[in-house]
Design a binder for this molecule. Structure first.
Ligand code: ZN
Length: 448
């Protein structure tokens, strides 16, 4: 199909939009028309018959660590909570090379795309010697796959020597981190609504970064006008660490560092009290809820409905593939739905809430109001699912079926008006070859 012509995605089985029963028209990367029941498009367009498809806004992943696809289900890290889990994995991650990072990133992004994700973030914070070009490697893979991404220049500079959790082998010094942060923003950060690659700055966590670096990073993000990201309020261990080292709770600490504002989105946000949620809401700081990771590491349950009532925006994240251990965002929608419904009950959490978190909610986390919604003028990032597998047989409501029957694979994915997944596959990607090379790299890294 000529990808420059207008396309009418015609007569979908269902669509997550009001007044678009006969579909939508996409032209030059934007949604230009919603076609209501009984209507016809005003624009001349090629038809894409979508009678077998459920059409969603492209899902947006707000938290991940792509390199961790190389350490999924690692025996040494099984059945541990966050701190001992990290301590088991740091020495393995210290062996990360440019070649295996490239494979890890390709696997993570391919999994995401095939699950209906059109934009992802990545939080890369491990920079052992020789891996100074990590963000450059990620940017190259992003471009090759045609995905939209907000790559973060992560960092760790508080090693065990300075009372932190990570070993010396995976940290860098503050000057090197800030200099490289400026470099990657200048080189890769695109501005404007059509941006495909953007950069944010992302010190890893209160227990692996110094106060000086937290403050300097916030100042640099202000100066460069880019977003800020970190892990926060993930575990009780982190609360204790903050009390001991900083004499306050995690939210007080990041406020002291200049982070409590609309520029920041935080991964997890499990252990905030009611007053802290109100402060987050007033500051317009958003939360990336990572339901699978939180359950596997038994970190707790993010109080999503209380957060929303306090005015805090919620997005979804698959988190690293060593704490999920997959990168399937559609499955994450189901996980978030189940976890939050169990917590709050049937009256407060529906499948539509979970889909909203993964689309419009996630778009707010990454600062992209032009994404995450099917409406005129929005960017044409879309995920189309078929309901022709055994798991869907006999379904009623198609949108509910996606979440309740466990959709896990998109049939088609569009990014900025271009198809990047066709018939459940990424054109040009040899998946068997990728699995073979990625598995070999993972084995080499795990067994050193
Ligand atoms: Zn994480």
């Amino acid at each position: 199909m000529d990808q420059t012509r207008a396309i009418w995605i015609k007569d979908p089985l269902a669509i997550l939009a009001d007044g678009a029963e006969r579909g939508i028209v996409v032209r030059q990367g934007r949604i230009v028309e919603l076609v209501p029941k009984g209507g016809q498009p005003a624009t001349s367009a090629a038809c894409f018959e979508s009678g077998g498809h459920v059409v969603l806004p492209g899902l947006i992943n707000t938290h991940h660590h792509f390199y961790q696809t190389l350490t999924r289900a690692l025996p040494a890290a099984l059945d541990r909570e966050l701190f001992p889990w990290l301590q088991a994995l740091y020495p393995v991650w210290a062996r990360l090379t440019p070649e295996n990072l490239e494979l890890g990133v390709t696997v993570a992004m391919s999994e995401l795309l095939l699950s209906g994700c059109t934009m992802t973030t990545d939080h890369h914070y491990v920079f052992p010697a020789g891996l100074e070009d990590a963000v450059d490697i990620e940017a190259a893979v992003t471009k090759r796959l045609g995905m939209r991404a907000l790559l973060t220049r992560g960092s760790m500079n508080r090693s065990q020597r300075d009372g932190g959790l990570p070993p010396e082998s995976v940290v860098q010094d503050e000057d090197a981190i800030l200099t490289d942060s400026e470099r990657v923003v200048a080189k890769y950060h695109q501005r404007g609504e059509e941006a495909m690659v953007q950069i944010a700055l992302a010190p890893c966590s209160p227990f692996s970064v110094t106060t000086s670096l937290m403050k300097a990073t916030a100042a640099l993000a202000d100066q460069l006008d880019v977003r800020l990201h970190t892990h926060l309020a993930e575990t009780e261990d982190e609360n204790e660490f903050c009390q001991q080292i900083h004499g306050c709770r995690p939210l007080d600490y990041i406020e002291h560092c200049g982070w409590l504002n609309a520029r920041s989105w935080l991964a997890h946000g499990i252990h905030f009290n009611a007053a802290e949620m109100k402060r987050l809401g007033r500051a317009k700081t958003t939360i990336s809820h990572c339901a699978c990771s939180n359950q596997i590491l038994a970190s707790g349950c993010c109080p999503v409905c209380d957060m929303e009532e306090a005015g805090v925006g919620i997005g979804l994240g698959v988190d690293g593939s060593a704490s999920n251990d997959g990168s399937n965002l559609m499955q994450e929608v189901r996980a978030a739905f189940l976890l939050q419904r169990a917590r709050y009950g049937v009256g407060r959490v529906s499948h539509k809430d979970a889909l909203r978190w993964a689309t419009k909610g996630s778009a707010a986390c990454v600062g992209r109001a032009e994404l995450g919604e099917i409406a005129v003028g929005k960017i044409a990032d879309l995920a189309l699912f078929k309901l022709d597998e055994l798991r869907f047989s006999g379904h009623g409501d198609p949108l509910a079926a996606l979440v309740l029957c466990g959709a896990h694979r998109a049939d088609r994915v569009m990014v900025g008006g271009k198809w990047v997944v066709l018939d459940g596959a990424i054109p040009g990607l040899d998946v068997s070859d990728l699995i073979r090379r990625h598995s070999a790299a993972a084995r080499a890294m795990q067994y050193g």
